[in-house]
Write a protein that binds this ligand. Structure first.
Ligand code: NAD
Length: 314
């Protein structure tokens, strides 16, 4: 039986490495660039590269002379030199809809945590300070609020599904408008980006990082938003102009922000800003998500070994 020499480029924690090894079908010869317990591999021999956040640059693709597939464990492609892979006719597969549930749950968690000052009050209570009244004037229910989703793709729609029980009004903006039946199914109304920013109590970003979306929320957009608005970004940090976000928070132009994708280079700002929650890109980082992701990836590499059709190619 021919096995596909598969190299996982990212360094994994030992439990995660054990997990993917335990799921591996016989057609996949799984190796790691920096193994804990698994087999060592090298880029030069790889027929398939598995990519989580590792930069799969032109140089990496050039070194992998036998490459037949780049398998992403997520949906974003900003870490892969897509143009060069296309030039070399190397297919790229992404995990469509597999990690969206975790990101959607984190989005809801972020909204509620900001509305209740969860992280701040937890820290104060642990220090022995009892702030039952301190934030009452400044804490909110999600009930009856207006939530604006920018980017109503897979994750945006998963967020809408989860918002249903909260009795909110859902607005959305996307470059592609849904048909009427789909809008009814998700209980959402299409508006321009400007109207969404002006009317929403919660603005949540679910667009990919593209030239057209880079820096899409800056000074002008913060000025359009309500002063009680919270901004959620679980997509990519570069969608925001960070300095403008800091200014908007510190000058109370908006109420708060929660970022799953706060870039480490922005970290020094984070310490000084009010009502900001930052997380180190954990939206899809759950056992359940990775079980589904690894099942999909390994199954697709098995497809390569068996000459079956590859799934979710871009
Ligand atoms: P998707 O492709 O299903 O949806 C993206 C949507 O954005 C599409 O409907 C598209 O039409 C829309 N869009 C594109 N450009 C736009 C613009 N200029 N204005 C308005 N809408 C625009 O992608 P998805 O699976 O929903 O993921 C969205 C993003 O979330 C990914 O690109 C990735 O950056 C991020 N993500 C983050 C995590 C995490 O762990 N935090 C995990 C997965 C994905």
């Amino acid at each position: 039986m021919s096995k596909v020499y598969t190299l996982y480029l990212d360094k994994l924690s030992e439990p995660m490495e054990q997990m993917i090894i335990s799921m591996c079908p016989p057609e996949v010869d799984l190796r790691f660039l920096e193994p804990n317990v698994g087999k060592q591999g090298c880029i030069e021999d790889a027929e398939c590269l598995i990519v989580t956040t590792y930069k799969c640059t032109k140089e990496v693709i050039e070194r992998a002379k036998h490459l037949k597939l780049i398998q992403r464990t997520g949906i974003g492609l900003d870490m892969v030199d897509v143009a060069y892979a296309k030039q070399k006719n190397i297919p790229i597969s992404v995990c469509v809809g597999i990690n969206s549930q975790g990101v959607a749950e984190l989005t809801i968690l972020f909204i509620l945590a900001l509305y209740r000052h969860l992280t701040t009050l937890d820290e104060l209570t642990r220090k022995g300070e009892w702030h039952t009244w301190t934030y009452r004037h400044d804490s909110f229910d999600l009930y009856k609020k207006t939530v604006g989703i920018i980017g109503a793709g897979t994750i945006g729609k998963e967020v809408m599904k989860r918002l249903k029980g909260f009795d909110v009004e859902i607005l959305y903006n996307d470059v592609v408008r849904m048909d009427q039946d789909t809008e009814e199914k998700y209980g959402c109304s299409y508006v321009s980006r400007e109207e969404l920013l002006q009317r929403s109590d919660v603005v949540s970003l679910h667009v990919p990082l593209l030239d057209s979306t880079r820096g899409m929320i800056g000074k002008k957009e913060f000025a359009m938003m309500k002063d009680n608005a919270v901004l959620i970004n679980t997509s990519r940090s570069q969608l925001l102009v960070v300095e403008d976000l800091i200014e908007a928070l510190n000058n109370k132009i908006i109420h708060g922000a929660a970022l799953d994708v706060f870039h480490p280079a922005d970290e020094p700002f984070g310490r000084t800003v009010r009502n900001l929650i930052t997380m180190p890109h954990i939206g899809a980082a759950t056992y359940d998500t990775y079980y589904r992701v690894y099942s999909f990836c390994l199954n697709n590499i098995q497809n390569l070994a068996l000459n079956n059709e590859l799934q979710c190619l871009i």
